[in-house]
Design a protein around this ligand. Structure first.
Ligand SMILES: [Zn+2]
Length: 488
């Protein structure tokens, strides 16, 4: 332990020095040997960072490398013989990316993946640098990268993806994203489709994506059958992308996703190429469904057992299955691999704190949170820790919590502890929803909140956290020794 502390103490300044050194190297368009040295330095920086035994920024080596050579992503990505898949959209990026990588690996490929959601240029460069091997090689044959919606434009030219998977567009982090329809407009332009462009794998259930791929090229659509369960209160219905008229929507499955039709121009959801039907969701344990394809052969339908909770993950799974078809992996061949799926880091991850079972749920926008509420509301009783932050990456505006149907959850809340920078906002929301004030406690610092919530819980502790809050809780559990570090 003492040695670890000594190493950690030395590692910190060494990492800072390496970071500064790498950033100053004149590697822009440098010859390959010089670039190799820069990549090696980035790898070394990542290695030293991991010795610091503190919360690290996994993207730092990538950002330093990009400062030295802005085209580092392009130079490294082209080493991947089977090219790159990019996954973007509001919800489901991390899980879809991990599921697609799992399917690829089961099929014998070696994917290079940004597994924990470091989805801006620095994170992607860091993952590529970590996989790079001297000279000019890379330990992997296909890249599978989730990319932040707002970073797509900047990394697409460098990644030159073979496939782009677009999951959905929801209202999310409004102050960061701007109007969701502006993003849709932008995607219409960028992903109009062409014979020599990337294959586009697109959600048929989202009318905001209806015009993606309209100019041709390979388009594979995916979706989840909606069965009239009604609309989420958080649904924000888009206007028709074609003519601007209000759409007829329903039945839907998550938010505005589902069946849709334009009464004015006749545009409508078409039966997707790859579709999940007969979906049965079993609490947070997972779901079972049948994946159908329009290929028509004996592989037209295959059963899928998915050990990930909620309908969102069914949509993520079917997105991954659709993406795999571009690589010649038919859904019936890919489906068995999904049974081995593990929840992506912090997404319904099962942990333990002081002997208390804990499930960590990421809730960062109304639609995703509503889906979790619907699952939890079916329980007899729920012991809750809500951690709400308002850092830049979360969005400074946390008013979205008022769009979540907490009222549906209130009757089953047994204990509720609120933490994070906006703990009191969370507590107020619970109280207004009808959670008795005597079961609500507010403890701002996450350390105290987690311990207190675990002590108060009578059953499994359910943690609902937004993005940086989830990272804090996850890292705290690791520091307590109950789980591996997130980069391990
Ligand atoms: Zn229309």
């Amino acid at each position: 332990v003492a040695l670890t502390a000594v190493v950690a103490g030395v590692a910190r300044p060494v990492a800072a020095a390496l970071d500064g050194l790498l950033r100053r190297l004149p590697l822009a368009d440098a010859p390959d040997p010089a670039f190799e040295a820069g990549v090696a330095l980035a790898r070394l920086l990542g290695w030293v960072d991991r010795r610091t035994n503190e919360r690290i920024d996994v993207s730092r080596p990538g950002r330093a490398l990009l400062a030295a050579e802005p085209r580092a992503i392009a130079r490294l990505a082209r080493r991947l013989p089977e090219g790159t898949v990019v996954v973007s959209g509001t919800n489901g990026k991390t899980t879809t990316t991990n599921l697609l990588a799992l399917v690829m690996a089961e099929d014998g490929r070696r994917p290079v993946v940004n597994r924990i959601g470091a989805n801006m240029a620095g994170g992607i460069a860091a993952v590529l640098a970590a996989a790079a091997r001297f000279p000019g090689r890379i330990d992997g044959d296909v890249g599978v990268f989730e990319v932040d919606e707002l970073w797509l434009e900047r990394v697409l030219p460098d990644l030159a993806p073979r496939v782009v998977v677009l999951t959905n567009l929801f209202r999310d982090q409004l102050d960061r994203m701007g109007e969701v329809d502006q993003v849709a407009d932008h995607w219409d332009d960028v992903f109009a489709g062409s014979a020599d462009g990337p294959a586009l794998v697109v959600c048929a259930d989202d009318p905001r994506l209806a015009r993606v791929g309209r100019n041709g090229g390979l388009v594979v659509s995916f979706g989840k059958q909606a069965t009239g369960a009604g609309r989420s209160v958080a649904a924000d219905v888009a206007d028709c992308r074609g003519c601007g008229s209000p759409l007829d929507v329903g039945p839907t499955h998550i938010g505005h996703l589902g069946a849709w039709r334009c009464p004015s121009c006749g545009a409508e959801r078409r039966t997707p190429d790859v579709e999940a039907v007969d979906v049965e969701v079993n609490d947070l344990e997972g779901s079972r469904f049948v994946v159908t394809t329009r290929a028509g052969a004996e592989d037209a339908a295959a059963p899928v057992e998915l050990p990930l909770p909620g309908r969102f993950n069914v949509a993520n799974a079917v997105a991954a299955l659709a993406g795999a078809t571009v690589f010649g992996i038919a859904p019936h061949r890919a489906a068995p691999a999904l049974a081995a799926a593990r929840t992506a880091f912090g997404r319904a991850e099962r942990l333990e704190v002081d002997g208390r079972p804990v499930v960590l749920l990421l809730a960062k926008n109304p639609v995703g949170a509503d889906e979790l509420v619907a699952l939890l509301a079916a329980r007899q009783a729920v012991d809750l820790l809500v951690v709400l932050n308002d850092r830049d990456i979360d969005g400074r505006d946390v008013s979205w919590i008022w769009d979540v149907d907490i009222e549906a959850l209130a009757p089953v809340v047994r204990t509720a502890t609120c933490s994070g920078r906006r703990a009191s906002d969370a507590a107020l929301r619970l109280a207004v929803a009808g959670v008795p004030s005597e079961v609500i406690e507010v403890l701002g610092p996450v350390e105290g909140g987690l311990a207190r919530a675990a002590a108060r819980a009578e059953g499994e502790l359910v943690v609902l956290a937004n993005y940086t809050a989830m990272l804090e809780v996850r890292e705290l559990v690791a520091e307590l020794g109950h789980a591996p570090r997130y980069w391990a």
